[in-house]
Design a protein. Sequence first.
Length: 353
Amino acid sequence: MKKMKKAVLVSLIMMSVWSNAQNISKIMAQNGAFRKDIVFTVKGDAQETYLPVTVIKGKEKGPVFSIVAGIHGYEYPPIIAVQEILKEIKPEEIKGTLIIVPIANVEAFQKRTPFVNPLDHKNLNNAFPGSSDGTPTDQIANIITKEIISNSTVFLDIHGGDANEDLMPFVCYYDRKDTPENTKLAYDLSVQSQIRRLVSYPYNLTPDEPAKYAFKQATQQGITALSIEAGKLGTVQQENVEMIKTAVYNMLAHSGNYVRGKSKLKKRKAPVFFNQQEYIRSPESGIFYSDLKNGDWVRKNQNLGYITDEFGKKKQNIICTTDGVILYKVGTPPVNKDETLFCIVYSKVNEEK
């Protein structure tokens, strides 16, 4: 058993050294159709982790479509969906190249840690573009920025509701006005996903401003980027796993990357488009009560819930600030001052998509 463990460790080390000696662009330049599973090692201050990456290249030329799951390791439906996709997709079914990161935050996944990497207590989704000489989270963000995003034609970041988030499935992208072709493609891919709710976020970053979020980093670099959000409360719901898979296959078919139709577009209701967001934050820490759930429509000045102290005494009501629908909310009792209790979305009429 010890010899076997040692052999596995040596194999992983060799794989890590090999993968770090090359970059993704060199791997993609290799001839023929293939799948390569590689590992990027990450070291810093006696802490070590890794970033798994799969490259699947088809025989014919085509776009480079990148998929990242597990930036938050407690968001399970995206991770499980991508695991199933990795088992199903074959190089002969691909046109162009797929770059897939099945679990971006391995430590958070293995340690069941919401939001942050337990090695350095940083949120990977707040770390882009990252740094080559920073903490493990900074280095992972740097690898994704330089090796994944920079080689992509389309970048898809898949998330879900973390341990405390009750979330309505949606697809989102940034409305970057000076790259209209990218924004239009992101919108078209969102529609093709068959996920009914579409959310457009405003884009106002300067070229040198840290993007923080992965798909915002891709948008900043002039790449078509979008994100799927499906799943809630840190659990696996099979219906959300299937929703994510269907969305990914439909996007790949629309982009021209998937040559064998895995999922046909079904007759469906028109998508619901939101382009405005209102965030209602907790005025203080305490215990949160609300009978509302994701997808509920709410009105301005409506009482959304209330906060008590540890003795059950009501401290404050939470009042709605706009008409709209609850995109996501805190779905567990504890709340902390200034964290988001509700994200409420709505649309401005005649707004350009």
